[in-house]
Design a protein around this ligand. Structure first.
Ligand SMILES: C[S@@+](CC[C@H](N)C(=O)[O-])C[C@H]1O[C@@H](n2cnc3c(N)ncnc32)[C@H](O)[C@@H]1O
Length: 209
């Protein structure tokens, strides 16, 4: 149903006029990602935070294995002042430990049965630990600064099998990361064998050729 609002021009404003609740463009685009990623697949979410999107992935895609990658580390540098893991929103080291423990508690059953594997690590270290081509897809939503996103994209290209998907969040201008996601994704598309499937609502879906 949500896809209807995404694909048919004018549907969103029409529905709003009649008081029908419509998902935000971001939610609709995330739904498209969830519709696109293969059921029963092996994938990785980079940047987990509290595990909200992880839960959606779990219930929709029903992955064979879902790797959750996040260092849950408080960043002191002023660059991260406005991020969720620095400055006031980051709250400090104790808060990061609590977020990590909260995610472990939230998915206890799936961790025990092997469906979820938690990597408390930076994305480059966690991704390097996988065999090349071992993943069906990656969702990139970690450090949004240009260098980090480019690194996530390049590593994902190696770790995702041909025909798999490289996807992610916060494609757009501005933000505390100064458009780093958009710049990295645009350059990456130009220089690598990927086909853009959709770029909308701040989300991007690329298929690795
Ligand atoms: C925007 S939040 C993720 C939100 C989550 N994907 C969701 O939609 O519910 C960004 C997360 O990225 C994590 N992060 C920051 N730097 C990272 C890195 N280098 N590798 C992996 N995760 C990172 C932060 O700790 C934070 O929890």
């Amino acid at each position: 149903m949500n896809a209807l609002f995404t694909y048919i021009p004018g549907m969103r404003s029409l529905a709003k006029r009649f008081g029908i609740a419509v998902p935000s463009k971001r939610d609709a685009a995330r739904d498209l990602i969830l519709e696109t990623l293969p059921r029963g697949s092996v994938g990785a979410e980079i940047g987990v935070h509290l595990g909200d999107f992880s839960e959606e992935i779990l219930t929709t895609i029903k992955p064979k294995v879902l790797h959750l990658i996040d260092p849950w580390e408080f960043q002191e540098s002023p660059i991260y002042q406005k991020s969720l893991y620095g400055g006031e929103d980051g709250h400090g080291v104790e808060e990061m430990n609590q977020r990590y423990q909260g995610v472990c508690a939230r998915f206890t059953g799936q961790i025990e049965n092997g469906t979820i594997k938690i990597h408390r690590a930076y994305s480059n270290d966690a991704l390097e630990s996988f065999e090349d081509g071992a993943l069906d897809w990656v969702y990139i939503d970690g450090n949004h600064l240009y260098d980090f996103v480019m690194q996530d994209l390049m590593l994902s290209f190696r770790k995702v099998r041909p025909g798999g998907y490289i996807t992610g969040d916060d494609y757009g201008d501005g933000g505390w990361w100064q458009g780093g996601v958009k710049k990295a994704v645009d350059e990456f598309i130009k220089d690598n064998a990927v086909t853009p499937i959709a770029i909308k609502g701040g989300q991007f879906i690329l298929r690795r050729e």
